[in-house]
Design a protein around this ligand. Structure first.
Ligand code: XIL
Length: 323
C-alpha cells in the first residue's frame, strides 16, 4: 500500500531528518533513515558548542561521521548552525574585550567550518534564532554585544565568501505563534535584502504543540513566501505534552496533532515549487525526540511520525497522505 512506500517518494522537495552520531550505530534507525529521507541535519554535532574548543581549535570527528554516513546513503546534509545566541563559547568570551580580534575570530570560525564542508552540504543555517519572542528587537547576545546589529550581515557575507555556491539560511522559531515576531523577522530579512546581504532561504523551525490554532502555519508560510525566498520547514515536530494541561490528558490531543501535521503538509506543498527548499523532521521515532531526551523518566511525548518500534504511526500515514 501507498503508506509503506519510502516517505521521500511522496514529495518533490528534499525530505530531511535530524541525526546524532549515536544513532548511526542503531541498525533500525539507520535503515529507516536510509529508506525514507533525502537529507540529514546534524542535530547537535555541527554546532559551535561541539566544534569550537576553548583554545580556538576545531573538532570535526562527529559531524564528519554524519556526513560520511549520509554520503553512503546517497543523502545530502544541511549545516546547522554557525551563529546562535545560545552558544557563544569560552573562546569568544575571552576575546570580547577587543572588537577587532573578536571580529577576526568570528569571520575565521565561519570560514573554517564552511570550508571544511564546502561542496558537501546543501545549505547552512548561518544565524539561528536572532529575534526576540516578543518581536520587539533582535535578541541580546554576545555577537550583538561586541559587533552590534551588523553581526548578522558580517556572518552572511563571511559565509558567502567561504562558499559562494552554498545556499545561506536564516532560521527561527515560534514564527507561527507570535505574529509580532514574524513581522520583526521579516523586517530583518527586508533589511538584509536592501543591503545586498547574501541570503537565500528562510527557515521556520515549526516546533509546535498540538493545540496551536488552525491556520497559523498556513499564514506563516504564506507570509514568508511573499519575500520570494526559498522556505525551509526546518525542525518539524508536534508535541502532545506541550499542549496538555496535565500529565495525563496529553493523549486527547492526538486528533489535533494529526490535523496540524496535515495542515503543514498541505500548506508546504501549496508553496510555489521553486520556493520549496525542503522539509525536515526533528527526529525519526518518538524516542529520538529532543522532548523525550529533556524529560527522561517522565511519560514519553509522541511528537514524531514513527513509533519506537520503527513503524509509521497513524499520524505519519495521515501526514504522508496529505503531502
Ligand atoms: C536541540 C537538539 O534537539 C538537542 O538535542 C540539543 O541538545 C539542543 O538543541 N532549535 C534549534 C535546534 O535550532 O538546534 C534545537 O535542537 C531545537 C530548537
Amino acid at each position: 500500500t501507498g503508506d509503506t512506500l519510502p516517505l521521500k517518494s511522496h514529495v518533490s522537495f528534499p525530505l530531511g531528518v535530524c541525526a546524532m552520531t549515536a544513532q548511526v550505530n542503531d541498525p533500525q534507525w539507520a535503515s529507516l533513515i536510509a529508506t525514507h529521507f533525502d537529507r540529514i541535519t546534524p542535530e547537535w554535532e555541527m554546532k559551535m558548542e561541539y566544534i569550537l574548543q576553548p583554545d580556538g581549535s576545531l573538532r570535526f570527528d562527529a559531524p564528519d561521521r554524519i556526513v560520511a554516513q549520509a554520503r553512503l546513503n546517497g543523502q545530502s546534509v544541511l549545516g546547522h548552525t554557525l551563529i546562535w545566541y545560545a552558544q557563544d563559547g569560552d573562546y569568544f568570551q575571552q576575546l570580547k574585550a577587543d572588537r577587532r580580534d573578536f571580529e577576526t575570530a568570528y569571520r575565521t570560525y565561519i570560514r573554517q567550518v564552511m570550508s571544511h564542508y564546502k561542496g558537501q552540504v546543501d545549505g547552512w543555517d548561518v544565524v539561528n534564532e536572532a529575534i526576540r519572542d516578543d518581536g520587539s528587537d533582535l535578541r541580546d547576545c554576545l555577537w550583538r554585544e561586541v559587533l552590534g546589529e551588523a553581526y548578522i550581515d558580517i556572518a552572511y557575507r563571511a559565509a558567502h565568501e567561504a562558499d559562494p555556491a552554498c545556499p545561506l539560511i536564516l532560521n527561527d522559531y515560534n514564527l507561527e505563534y507570535y505574529p509580532a515576531k514574524r513581522k520583526r523577522f521579516l523586517k530583518l530579512v527586508e533589511g538584509l535584502q536592501k543591503r545586498g546581504v547574501p541570503l537565500n532561504v528562510l527557515g521556520t523551525q515549526t516546533h509546535i504543540a498540538a493545540d496551536l490554532s488552525k491556520g497559523a502555519i498556513t499564514e506563516t508560510l504564506r507570509d514568508l513566501a511573499a519575500t520570494g525566498l526559498k522556505i525551509h520547514l526546518s525542525e518539524l515536530d508536534v508535541s502532545l505534552k506541550e499542549a496538555a494541561k496535565n500529565a495525563l490528558d496529553f493523549r486527547n490531543y492526538r486528533d489535533a496533532q494529526r490535523a496540524l501535521y496535515e495542515e503543514v503538509a498541505e500548506a508546504y506543498t501549496a508553496l510555489p515549487t521553486a520556493q520549496q527548499f525542503g522539509l525536515t523532521l526533528w527526529g525519526l521515532r518518538d524516542e529520538d525526540s529532543w522532548y523525550n531526551r529533556q524529560n527522561k523518566g517522565m511519560v514519553a511525548d509522541e511528537p514524531l511520525l514513527f513509533d519506537d518500534a520503527g513503524r509509521l504511526k497513524p499520524v505519519g500515514q495521515a501526514f504522508v497522505k496529505a503531502l
